[in-house]
Design a binder for this molecule. Structure first.
Ligand code: C2E
Ligand code: MG
Ligand code: MG
Ligand code: MG
Length: 280
């Protein structure tokens, strides 16, 4: 009896697994339709120089304009997209949208696009990136890719990243300090920018900036620039400047905005020449 009860709990037809399979199937169908009918939109968040406030570029952040549930953030759907493999066609759409939209910006402004490990490892990723550049006419020098590290990705991805980088595309390591990322990976991966995860920035305080300062120094020693994610206060910005961090991004500078607001944001910040950067 114990044996059959056990079988029922863990067997492949258990109600829990069946419910999961059903959820997956409907998520797959719903996401697939959403990609086809282009329900996805990119929001853009500025990345600025810590010392002058100059806008260097924008990070493309994905939103799903769901017909029933409203605007959905990536944490709601990225995992499912990765599990089902739909992140590949979705990521392709993202690349095309980001490059086309960046073409309408001043040509000293870059766009940086998040690339999931699944996408990076998919066959033809490199040529998909080149296709997006060609279709839009965007210079490779204005495109950056943000990758995250997951142990397994590394070895195979290095060659592909090297090739992309040789064409002028910059590579950033996202969320440094979380997950698998380590000082070891900084040596192995071909990187231009190190994005220090928000969790480190949140913890920054007057007497406790040693970790961030060290990360910035290591990045410099390896020829990378540092970008602090999730900067929310003037104090954090001031401490990051002291730590030698070159670039900052976060709600203190600006929240992500729809593509239609980028031009206005750029002209407004050009006029005010970075007001808040001189407030301390
Ligand atoms: P990420 O690439 O690390 O992006 C930073 C996230 O922090 C964004 O959340 C952004 O809106 C948010 N953020 C920015 N400044 C602040 C701040 O000052 N305070 C706080 N609390 N949050 C801030 P979002 O847009 O919800 O994106 C979450 C994650 O989803 C991203 O993290 C990225 O890993 C993933 N993602 C977004 N767009 C894409 C995409 O097109 N493709 C893929 N594969 N992943 C994406
Ligand atoms: Mg990112
Ligand atoms: Mg991040
Ligand atoms: Mg992240």
């Amino acid at each position: 009896a114990a044996k059959s009860a056990g079988k029922n709990r863990v067997g492949k037809y258990s109600p829990a697994l069946r419910a999961r399979a059903r959820e997956r199937a409907s998520a797959l169908q719903e996401l697939g339709l959403a990609i086809e009918s282009r329900q996805f939109e990119l929001y853009y968040q500025p990345q600025v120089r810590a010392d002058t406030g100059r806008v260097e570029g924008f990070e493309a952040l994905l939103r799903w304009n769901h017909p029933v549930r409203g605007v959905l953030a990536p944490r709601i759907f990225i995992d499912v997209a990765e599990e089902t493999g739909l992140i590949v066609p979705l990521g392709l759409q993202v690349l095309h949208m980001a490059c086309a939209e960046a073409m309408t910006w001043p040509d000293d402004t870059y766009v940086t696009v998040n690339v999931s490990p699944v996408q990076l490892m998919s066959s033809g990723f490199g040529s998909a990136v080149n296709d997006a550049l060609e279709a839009s006419g965007l210079s490779s020098k204005r495109l950056q890719l943000e990758i995250t590290e997951t142990g397994a990705v590394e070895e195979l991805a290095v060659a592909e990243l090297d090739r992309l980088r040789a064409t002028g595309i910059a590579i950033a390591l996202d969320d440094f300090g979380t997950g698998y990322s380590s000082f070891e990976s900084l040596k192995k991966l071909p990187l231009d920018i190190l994005k220090i995860d928000r969790s480190f920035i949140t913890e920054l305080s007057e007497g406790d900036s040693a970790v961030v300062t060290s990360v910035v120094e290591v990045a410099k020693a390896l020829g990378m620039q540092s970008l602090a994610e999730g900067v929310e206060t003037a104090d954090q910005l001031r401490l990051l400047l002291t730590a030698g961090c070159e670039l900052v991004q976060g709600y203190y500078i600006s929240r992500p905005m729809p593509a239609t607001e980028v031009a206005e944001y750029l002209s407004a910040t050009a006029q005010s020449s970075g007001g808040y950067f001189h407030s301390f």
